[in-house]
Design a protein. Structure first.
Length: 99
């Protein structure tokens, strides 16, 4: 969802978590993806980033310098959702509905 940009703060946080460039990049992109997902849909996985799984777009053992979930300067993730990820509209906007 959204433009999918990664904010400076997300890169800074990722840099503090690992010294490995690829790990930092995937972590920052997960942070950005989770933020955009929440802003656009209300689905909140920001406290459970492991739910965002890198989407393999190519074999891991290629000669390319791209990560397996990277394509045209973008990173792709899978998110398996369940009914509990979706709040009824009344809960999202703070109103209640009579039955």
């Amino acid at each position: 969802p959204g433009i999918g940009h990664v904010d400076k703060e997300e890169f800074s946080k990722a840099a503090c978590q690992s010294q490995d460039r690829d790990t930092q990049l995937v972590s920052a992109c997960k942070e950005g993806a989770a933020r955009e997902l929440f802003e656009e849909t209300g689905i909140d996985v920001r406290s459970d980033m492991d739910r965002l799984e890198p989407a393999p777009l190519r074999e891991k053992d290629t000669d390319e310098k791209l990560l397996e979930n990277e394509f045209k300067d973008r990173f792709f993730f899978f998110l398996h959702v369940s009914d509990s990820d979706f709040l009824p509209a009344a809960e999202k906007d703070g109103t209640t509905q009579a039955h």
